[in-house]
Design a protein around this ligand. Sequence first.
Ligand SMILES: [Zn+2]
Ligand SMILES: [Zn+2]
Length: 107
Amino acid sequence: MPDPTPWIVVNGNLGNAFCCMRCGESYEPRYPARFEIVDAIGKAFSNVHARCAAHPEGDACPYCMGRHAAEACPQSPERKPGEDAYAYLARQRNLRDVVGPNPMRGG
Ligand SMILES: [Zn+2]
Ligand SMILES: [Zn+2]
């Protein structure tokens, strides 16, 4: 049976918070927590977000739950400290594929 809600995840980038990648909401249990508690929170979170619609701008960023590509995230562990998002993207791939033309530099 295919996973009916693949957009609801436990996100290790955010302290193992429950995250809805569609609407960008997250809930971080207080750890350590009993498994039963975490399980109950997860089920409740899943029920709330089971019918979230896909966002026109795509899924939330897995590093900060912001609305941008993961590759453009200031929180990305692969991005060097202080590195400009576009410089970072240029290292990763064709940045226009990810975030469009650079508004600061006229493309
Ligand atoms: Zn949601
Ligand atoms: Zn981000």
